[in-house]
Design a protein around this ligand. Structure first.
Ligand code: SAH
Length: 345
């Protein structure tokens, strides 16, 4: 049996087999086949439901210096902001009234938000909206901090591993950061009972198909509940300003591969995908994704959470974004559903 058939039937491959699958990503026939199987599998588990997550980008201060990221510490052109707790609660209220039942608090690694402040924010949201899930995406912390946030009511945590290849990791991050710590964080989060999300950028500088095969092996072992992948998009104030953006087609191919590898995984059609292609998110859903993450951040701050150039949906109110996405999903035969959308066991 070849690797494609094996992936479709057994949902698990060895490194060399993933390399073989990846070597055919440009073949239309194989793209179509994987897409069809991925959608079939996703429909078995989730039907035509798409889960919206309300994204609250609450700070663009960051103590890290990831080379690809527009809000890296050393970018002194970045106009920095922080949301107060009241502003964050206002975003949640707005989101709740629109039907959102998951709030994703994402930010740079901002020391202003001490554990104490984060715990207070998480508790306050949970008290007001006990039936909603709280997802954090605030980077690498100690096991103790993760435990405190979990106890305060956080349910999920997104921490993309970015790349599972050491050498590649070193091209994307300064020496003060390490792949081993990032992986360790993911294992801590799992132990603490979070629903965990990992993931990587497609086409980040220096990435090869072999790197992606290693990403797939890492994900297959970690078995996260969620996997965020989106194309790399250059940001004008980084050393990678002149690099090429990642491929939409390859991202779609990988969404299908990941759906086949982990049939029940929660898989967003990302904003980065929608940024590179006007129908990127629709195409993502049609390749096997089942999550979208519209923005609930105050419109005045939207543009400032500037990870990469030309990010979409930075001008509209949350209600407009929801309406637009909802119509887009209906058009392709899917529905946004207003439930927590926990990972299936
Ligand atoms: N500080 C948090 C959140 C990071 S931003 C953390 O460390 O997890 C969320 C994700 O955006 C990152 O994990 C990265 O994969 C993605 N990202 C950053 N810069 C990007 C770029 N230039 N193009 C595409 N995605 C990018």
């Amino acid at each position: 049996m070849n690797s494609i058939e094996k992936l479709i039937n057994y949902h698990r491959l060895e490194l060399e087999e993933y390399k073989e699958v990846l070597s055919c990503w440009k073949e239309k026939e194989i793209q179509e086949k994987l897409k069809k199987e991925a959608v079939k599998l996703r429909k078995n588990h989730y039907g035509t439901k798409v889960f919206p997550r309300g994204l609250i980008e609450f700070t663009n201060y960051c103590k890290n210096n990831c080379y690809y990221c527009g809000i890296r510490r050393d970018n002194n052109h970045a106009d920095r902001y922080r949301l107060s707790k009241d502003e964050m609660l206002e975003c949640c209220k707005n989101g709740y009234d629109l039907g959102f039942r998951t709030f994703v608090l994402q930010g740079g690694e901002d020391p202003y938000y001490t554990d104490e402040r984060m715990v207070d924010i998480i508790r306050s949201i949970k008290l007001l909206y006990p039936e909603c899930a709280i997802t954090l995406s605030i980077g690498e912390k100690s096991r103790e901090s993760y435990a405190l946030f979990r106890k305060a009511g956080a349910d999920r945590y997104l921490l993309r591993h970015e790349t599972a290849n050491e050498e590649h990791y070193g091209k994307l991050h300064p020496a003060s950061m390490s792949l081993s710590n990032r992986k360790q964080c993911l294992y801590y989060l799992k132990e603490l009972g979070y629903q965990v999300g990992a993931g990587f950028m497609v086409g980040s500088p220096g990435q090869t198909l072999d790197c992606i095969a290693e990403d797939l092996i890492f994900l297959q072992e970690l078995k996260p509940h969620m996997i965020g992948i989106g194309p790399f998009i250059p940001h004008h104030d980084t050393i990678y300003a002149n690099e090429k953006a990642g491929s939409v087609e390859l991202t779609l191919f990988l969404l299908s591969v990941i759906r086949l590898m982990l049939p029940k995984v929660l898989l967003p059609a990302t904003t980065a995908l929608g940024t590179l292609d006007p129908f990127g998110r629709e195409k993502g859903i049609e390749a096997g994704a089942n999550v979208v993450m519209p923005n609930l951040s105050p419109v005045k701050n939207r543009k400032l959470y500037d990870l990469y150039d030309n990010k979409i949906c930075t001008g509209e109110e949350a209600a407009e974004c929801k309406g637009c996405l909802s119509r887009r999903m209906e058009k392709i035969g899917y529905q946004l559903v207003y439930e927590r959308g926990d990972a299936l066991e």
